[in-house]
Write a protein that binds this ligand. Structure first.
Ligand SMILES: Nc1ncnc2c1ncn2[C@@H]1O[C@H](COP(=O)(O)OP(=O)(O)OP(=O)(O)O)[C@@H](O)[C@H]1O
Length: 283
């Protein structure tokens, strides 16, 4: 698993009010991540930080890959704009540097996947809430994002729209798009999330037993040089290799941990700790 975005010791305050306090979060490629928590707990704030739409008061947001991952953003409310859907999508695509001819070819297929194929020439101000939400998602996936971030994507929708959207999300997930979303609906995180995090009193905590059984194992090893292990980051089952204070830190898939541990020992390594990473990956 490859890292896409990492929040390191990130804090966010509005005035003197702390919303997030020294949180760490790793977003891995192809892993769907749900963020839950009560109203006002900081879900949107966290998503905006990951999307790079706001900057933290303290700490770092790091993006991985070259080029930097493409991020699609689905806001919690979509404005009723004075355009028809097709015009709007053409416009959004061009703002993002996409070619007009490519957009003309791409948009009909995307509208069809969202079951909006008959609404391309309809004014957005006449769209229902479900249609608006579908359009918000279509605009966010125009440029084939690596990471799609959605703030409350099912909020206030009827059952039929919910099902359509859920189907769209599952399709995107199957195509390899990483999903990060804030939600209140259990159906969304149960069906879609590989990991569910809860924001509780400025901290990120794992939510469910799914997370307690996190498939990420963190191994800290000494007596092997970083240079010797640096190249391991491309190996199957190895997600991350970093130099830490107590030794070299490896994040690995639990399914590979036994084999990798054996190899580390064979190379003369001394294991400092082995731990299951929690959903919120606080140190
Ligand atoms: N730009 C801002 N300026 C000042 N305060 C803000 C700003 N944005 C958010 N807040 C405050 O930060 C807190 C967290 O807001 P946020 O929108 O992240 O919560 P949320 O968990 O997404 O809530 P909801 O479930 O209601 O959408 C709230 O108290 C909110 O009023």
């Amino acid at each position: 698993m490859e890292l896409l975005v990492k929040l390191e010791q990130v804090s966010m305050r509005f005035g003197s009010k702390p919303i997030l306090d020294k949180v760490n979060l790793s977003v891995y490629k192809r892993q769907s991540l749900a963020v839950i928590g009560p109203n006002g707990s900081g879900k949107s704030t966290l998503l905006r930080l990951v999307a790079g739409l706001s900057s933290p008061t303290e700490g770092k947001v790091r993006y991985f890959g070259n080029p930097k991952p493409v991020i699609g953003w689905v806001p919690d409310r979509f404005p009723k704009l004075p355009f028809n859907a097709f015009e709007y999508l053409m416009h959004m695509g061009q703002i993002r540097g996409m070619d007009k001819a490519l957009l003309r070819r791409t948009i009909p297929g995307l509208l069809q996947r969202a079951r909006l194929e008959n609404a391309g020439r309809t004014w957005i101000r006449n769209f229902s809430k479900g249609m608006l939400q579908k359009l918000a998602i279509v605009q966010a996936v125009l440029k084939n994002p690596d990471l799609l971030i959605m703030d409350e994507p099912l909020s206030g929708l009827d059952g039929e729209s919910e099902n359509d959207l859920l189907e769209m999300f599952l399709q995107l997930k199957a195509q390899g798009v990483t999903l990060l979303f804030a939600c209140h609906e259990a159906i969304l995180w149960e069906k879609l999330a590989d990991r569910t995090l809860r924001i509780h009193q400025t901290r990120i905590e794992p939510n469910s037993s799914k997370d307690e059984l996190s498939s990420v194992v963190c191994i800290i090893v000494r007596q092997i040089g970083f240079g010797e292990l640096e190249g391991w980051s491309g190996r199957p089952g190895v997600m991350e290799v970093a130099e830490g204070e107590s030794g070299i830190e490896l994040k690995v898939d639990a399914g590979y941990s036994d084999t990798l541990l054996r190899e580390l020992l064979d190379r003369g390594g001394s294991i400092v700790t082995i731990s299951r990473e929690s959903g919120g990956d606080r140190p």
